[in-house]
Ligand binder design. Structure first.
Ligand code: ATP
Length: 288
């Protein structure tokens, strides 16, 4: 494991964060004959090493903390910060390695840290402690992915493709495919504010998956799609995996995860409770 950490760090020109830590290795890698031939088996794409994410939030002060002169003076004397500042320790020492061709489902109860973990892998949240190493550019596709509600679907497709680094020629080539995949038909000419949440989610998925991603992080984006759209999305996720990408999928619908992923990580209160074969992990998760 230390070699893996070192190898990726060398690619990025950094010191390995915690070289001697026992990093969890995928317990059940997909057999060689199931992987496409040109994908080097066992090549890591994402290493999450003892990751901690802490949010700092300003909430309402408790009665004890509420302002009076004595409390304020005590805080000054004790050099305490603003009383309303709370810390939420959302991810607590998560460690795992993801490989080329993996589709990893992340399950867990509300507030267990799934979205936080994805945002940290995408590089949107700085680690409080630990580290995330990625080989390739991670792209987060979330329910709130930044499309502009006041612009038409057409404009959003063009801008979204540019934002992913496509050239004008590539955008022209992909445009119709994106419209067809999303199934929004003539709504493409209307502002996104007129779309149902399902239509918005389908368009977001169609745009994001039009490009080959090294690491694609999907947060509940399939949740609002209908059965037919989910089938199409699952096929596309398989394509991404076959082109040696890695996909992370957060979804409350365990069936989607079981049908799409070759591995599942169960997060509980910010920690990994189980990591392995989808059927086994989901069965254990369902038992509670
Ligand atoms: N922006 C934020 N500021 C402060 N706390 C946050 C923020 N986002 C999430 N949290 C807290 O971090 C913890 C983990 O939240 P997170 O959204 O990652 O969980 P989740 O498993 O994705 O939940 P859900 O299934 O409800 O989407 C929760 O306690 C949540 O309240």
């Amino acid at each position: 494991m230390a070699e893996l950490t070192e190898e990726l760090s060398q690619v990025k020109g950094e010191e390995p964060a915690v070289p001697n830590k026992d990093v969890r290795v995928h317990p059940n890698p997909e057999p060689r004959d199931k992987r496409p031939l040109d994908v080097p088996t066992g090549t890591p794409t994402v290493i999450v090493d003892d990751l901690h994410i802490v949010y700092r939030v300003y909430g309402t002060a408790t009665d004890n903390e509420k302002g009076n002169a004595v409390n304020a003076l005590t805080r000054v004397l004790k050099r305490q910060g603003r009383p309303q500042m709370k810390e939420v320790h959302a991810v607590k020492g998560v460690t795992f390695v993801a490989y080329h061709g993996d589709a990893i489902g992340i399950v867990g109860r509300n507030g267990s840290g799934k979205s936080t973990l994805l945002r940290a892998i995408a590089g949107l949240l700085p680690p409080h402690a630990g580290a995330v190493y990625t080989d390739g550019q991670p792209s987060l596709l979330g329910v709130n992915a930044a499309l502009m509600r006041e612009l038409t679907g057409e404009r959003n497709i063009v801008l979204g493709c540019y934002a992913m680094g496509m050239t004008p020629a590539e955008v022209r080539e992909k445009y119709q495919e994106i419209v067809d995949f999303s199934g929004i038909d003539e709504f493409v000419q209307l502002p996104m504010s007129t779309y149902s949440s399902g239509m918005g989610a389908r368009l977001r998925f169609a745009i994001s998956s039009a490009k080959t991603h090294d690491v694609l992080l999907i947060d509940e984006a399939l949740a609002t799609g209908d059965r037919e759209f989910r089938k199409k999305s699952e096929a596309r996720i398989r394509q991404i995996r076959e082109s040696a990408g890695t996909v992370f999928l957060v979804a409350h619908d365990l069936k989607v995860i079981e049908e799409t992923c070759n591995r599942v990580i169960w997060l509980h209160k910010g920690k990994i409770k189980m990591d392995g074969d989808p059927k086994e992990v989901i069965a254990a998760y369902n038992k509670g």
